[in-house]
Design a protein around this ligand. Structure first.
Ligand SMILES: Nc1ncnc2c1ncn2[C@@H]1O[C@H](COP(=O)(O)OP(=O)(O)OP(=O)(O)O)[C@@H](O)[C@H]1O
Ligand SMILES: [Mg+2]
Length: 397
């Protein structure tokens, strides 16, 4: 049986680690063999669960294990051939060894390699549930969405390039002053591409793998989560819940009354932007969320209050679908609760505000649609379809 895989992502400091840890504790308490794994290069899972984790799974309670992937180790496993080659290249360009080595760690790649570790964990057969504490933002998840590119390289470029390089190496060596990549480099890139494809298959398995977006009721945080949500939908990754953490409870009193009002408005925005994905909430506690007791209080608030099973797939459909053609685009948006009624559309920058039946939805469009204008909207079978007219590029320029 393939494990249930839940990935938590969101902006820095919103509570990803705390929510991932409390989800894992709840799953374990329900009798599921659970691994909580951190791929964020800045780990804080050990602090949250008060257990010293390492790069191998360590026990953290009954049915519960934790693991903090060591990005450097993964990098060496997956990328050492490329690293050596780049190092040599830089060295020949007059950079000294130390700065050459620093340069060979591609920025943003450390989390990618850590995430690839998930594949091994997934295939091990050891777990019922894997909870992943990801690095801030969904950038890395976007990197994982290029399997088609990877597949193309594997099928088309690698066989050819190897042959050409084998023939050209002796000549190139004497004519050019750069070292050509050797078989080890190709082996690395090929393995990486294969891993990307495998990871993509794991993440797109919408019966078993879902992503949950963690946010605070702050405007900027919500904006970023909305963008991530759009990309996840477009790449076919299922978001099955949105978690709004650190909401001021009524007991905070007058001093925070203004904050509470603004938070209530932002919660409305969250509901309108992510519907029909369930929105789960957690209060701002009177102390830090560290250790088993506080984590269980957090889990009670997030899942217990609404009667949600933490390991369940809480929502099972993609909510947006975008198809872009030569001179236009179509966005399909699930609005299961709307009846056919008046539809209004307004686009401000990259925000599309859709009104149906007096309800408002705000959708963050991908930047590729910046120059597109909404032209028509139809509502059928619980879904709204918006047509956009693209601005044709002048081909001569
Ligand atoms: N609901 C809450 N009430 C009070 N404190 C909280 C709450 N949720 C999280 N915290 C505290 O906020 C801090 C940040 O939380 P956490 O580490 O879970 O966020 P994160 O999104 O993983 O951050 P990073 O992006 O740095 O990894 C921690 O000290 C945590 O104990
Ligand atoms: Mg964290």
């Amino acid at each position: 049986m393939r494990p249930r895989t839940i990935l938590y992502t969101g902006k820095g400091g919103v509570g990803k680690t705390s929510i991932a840890a409390c989800t894992a504790r709840s799953c374990a308490a329900a009798g599921l063999r659970t691994l909580v794994i951190s791929t964020d290069p800045a780990h804080s899972l050990s602090d949250s669960l008060e257990v010293g984790f390492s790069s191998d799974p360590r026990p953290a309670g009954e049915n519960l294990w934790g693991q903090e992937v060591n990005a450097q180790e993964e990098l060496e496993v997956h990328w050492s051939g490329v690293q050596d080659w780049l190092g040599e290249l830089f060295l020949e360009r007059g950079l000294d060894r130390v700065s050459a080595e620093e340069l060979t760690v591609p920025p943003g790649m450390d989390e990618l390699f850590s995430l690839l570790r998930l594949q091994a964990v997934h295939d091990s057969g050891d777990w019922d549930v894997i909870v992943v504490d990801c690095a801030p933002t969904g950038e890395t998840l976007r990197l994982l969405s290029f399997p088609d590119v990877a597949r193309w390289w594997i099928e088309k470029v690698f066989p050819l390039e190897r042959q050409i390089l084998a023939a050209a190496r002796p000549i190139a060596r004497s004519l050019l002053d750069i070292p050509l990549p050797d078989a080890a480099v190709f082996a690395d890139v090929q393995r990486l591409s294969e891993n990307l494809i495998a990871m993509n298959e794991i993440l797109r398995d919408r019966e078993r793998s879902t992503i949950r977006l963690v946010m605070n009721p702050d405007k900027m945080v919500i904006g970023e989560a909305m963008r991530t949500f759009t990309y996840l939908n477009l790449y076919g990754y299922l978001t099955d819940a949105v978690i709004v953490n650190r909401i001021f409870p009524t007991t905070v009193g007058d001093y925070f009354a203004g904050w509470r009002r603004v938070q209530a408005e932002h919660l409305e925005l969250v509901r309108s932007a992510f519907a029909p994905v369930p929105v789960l909430c957690a209060p701002y506690f009177e102390q830090e969320v560290i250790g088993a007791g506080m984590l269980d209080r957090l889990a009670d608030a997030v899942f217990g209050a609404g009667g949600h099973e933490p390991s369940a797939v809480l929502h099972d459909a993609l909510t947006q679908k975008l198809s872009v053609s030569e001179d236009g685009a179509r966005l399909r948006l699930a609005l299961p609760f709307a009846r056919k009624g008046d539809i209004s559309l307004k686009k401000i920058g990259l925000e599309l505000i859709v009104g149906v039946d007096g309800q408002k939805r705000t959708i963050m469009l991908p930047s590729a649609l910046a120059a597109f204008k909404p032209t028509a909207a139809t509502f059928e079978d619980g879904a709204l379809e918006v047509a956009f007219d693209g601005v044709r590029r002048d081909r001569s320029s």
